[in-house]
Design a binder for this molecule. Structure first.
Ligand code: SF4
Length: 336
């Protein structure tokens, strides 16, 4: 066998093997290992390559497509979004929501950080995959529409497990994943989202059950959710896009260190990138968080009724969120 292999490589000028040519080494190894005689593919010579006249994928041009896509998505969201969503209550600065719901137009609809579109696409794919595999086997309800027109609310929760566990799936950066693993705590905004969904199910179920679900969603199926005892946050770490590293080499080094940490924590070496955290609703003062969120909802409704923006020093105006805000050009609070 070895002599056959030696014959094959005799006469080859290995110094000229390109990265593509090197790949053909794999084929030769396979021939060697199988002991069967197969023709070794010849690398095409440079001068026999066809002249490429078609346009090629080019990152700069693609970036422009991403920019245009973000403009059309944000425009469509702005014109169709007449309700308060889960992010508005749990994560967003209240003034951003009011800008949008009172009909202000951003001066620029493009995302200020274009990779955001990629992150969202990866997050959606992850959600779908977990939900598709788990529905009917672990999850009992998925994509549950929480519509409460009397409060101008329209949101969707990711999943429920019977009447005991409310599930939210979140994708996150390596940096956040490290914080979550080392603290064993969810991000506060994510926890707030789940707490608010639980509050809605326990306080507005009757109204929600009468609403038509939005496409791809369902109405809540049970008649009582007062027994929800656990909130489970499923964190998925799947991208280096937002890792806080200056170079790809640093990013990979950083990702490798987190992978080691996650493997140790989870004990499941090949699924180290999933961290499901279960939080008992009796293990902390859930009522105080609920009050904070319900109060934010009432404040939002008050300013919507008044058709006014809140003062810049309002407690729910959050100028730590200005970087991604589409209304920062029009907002003085964001300039402080
Ligand atoms: S610019 Fe900042 S403070 Fe103003 S609405 Fe946006 S996030 Fe809120």
């Amino acid at each position: 066998m070895n002599s056959q292999f030696d014959q094959l490589i005799q006469g080859m000028d290995t110094s000229k093997i390109s990265p593509v040519g090197k790949h053909s080494d794999d084929v030769m190894e396979q021939v060697n290992a199988n002991g069967t005689q197969r023709e070794v593919p010849q690398s095409p010579q440079q001068d026999t390559m066809p002249f490429v006249s078609s346009p090629l994928f080019e990152t700069r041009a693609f970036k422009e497509l991403v920019r245009q896509d973000s403009i059309s998505r944000n425009k469509s969201y702005a014109s169709n979004s007449v309700n308060i969503g889960g992010y508005d209550i749990a994560h967003n600065c209240m003034k951003t929501t009011l800008f949008r719901m009172l009909g202000f137009q951003p001066t620029n609809y493009a995302n200020s950080w274009l990779p955001l579109g990629f992150r969202a696409a990866l997050g959606t794919a992850t959600h779908n995959y977990i939900q598709d595999l788990s529905l009917g086997k672990i999850f009992t309800e998925c994509e549950v529409c929480l519509k409460v027109p009397s409060k101008r609310i329209s949101m969707r929760l990711d999943a429920l497990i019977n009447d005991e566990t409310l599930v939210e799936i979140k994708s996150c950066s390596y940096t956040d994943y490290k914080k979550i693993l080392t603290s064993n705590k969810p991000r506060l905004g994510d926890l707030h989202q789940a707490i608010f969904y639980r509050w809605l199910l326990q306080n507005h179920l009757e109204e929600m059950k009468k609403q038509e679900p939005t496409r791809g969603g369902i109405r809540p199926t049970l008649n009582d959710y007062s027994n929800i005892k656990y909130i489970q946050m499923i964190y998925i770490c799947h991208e280096l896009i937002s890792a806080e590293s200056d170079t790809m080499r640093d990013a990979i080094k950083y990702a490798t260190s987190i992978r080691k940490l996650a493997k140790k924590e989870s004990g499941i070496s090949d699924f180290w990138f999933i961290a499901p955290l279960a939080i008992s609703t009796q293990s902390f003062d859930i009522k105080s968080h609920e009050n904070y969120l319900v109060n934010k909802l009432e404040e939002l409704l008050k300013y919507l009724e008044l058709k006014q923006l809140p003062p810049d020093d309002h407690p729910y105006v959050d100028n730590t969120k200005c970087f991604f805000c589409q209304f920062k050009d029009q907002c003085n609070a964001g300039k402080k």
